[in-house]
Design a protein around this ligand. Sequence first.
Ligand code: PEP
Length: 254
Amino acid sequence: MRTTIIAGNWKMNTTVSEAMALVKAMRNKLEAINGVEKVLCPPFVSLTAVRELILNSSLKLGAQNMHFEEKGAYTGEVSPLMLAGLCQYVVLGHSERRQYFGESDEIVNKKVQAALKVGLKPIICVGEKLEEREKGLMEEVITRQVKGALASVPSLERVVVAYEPIWAIGTGRAATGEQANDTISIIRHEMGRLYGAAQADMVPIQYGGSVTGANVAEFLCQKEIDGALVGGASLKADEFIAIVEQTAAVKGKK
Ligand code: PEP
């Protein structure tokens, strides 16, 4: 049995007071939904405020990125040790980090190792560009990213993966449930090759890319899909609640 995880990646949105208002608008309804791990990933500056608001609830907190060094002269960066006392999850290797901040598979790997070392659960994002899919390179790109992110990682314990095809992120053009399931099977197969099927079978793998309350069931009813990493829709309280509700309903039937 794998954990079903719905995580909201707020990206670079919300001031601290907006973040607090958003949590207050969702907190009680999310808390009432069972069987789904609910993770909020606000900007760094709101982590403490959000943490206070979800203390004593089942809601979990995640950061959207971090540096791989524990401390030092890295002006403006946030370290794994700083996050370890605050959150349970950290999103790593998001395609926006890879695209706009030059994060390579090697950097993502250093971050994954650093997160695991301090007890954080990394949500490792992988995904292909549209032209890569069209050229038939999807499998090669995905397996390279998975292998790269996990290099020297001793076990898959605490690892979460998010399959996010870049062409589906923020575009309103989601993958189909079948497309996402097929690619996630490739990811699980690659992890099985590296760590054995027993470990690979335990890793929650999310789909991300234009997920809404209206389409989440299409993904969650698939055999290999264990949740969603939600961008835009996680900034709307009613929509995020609907996504978690739909997920719980589908999971109940799975
Ligand atoms: C994301 O940022 O991880 C994401 C999937 O965004 P959206 O849901 O807006 O496509």
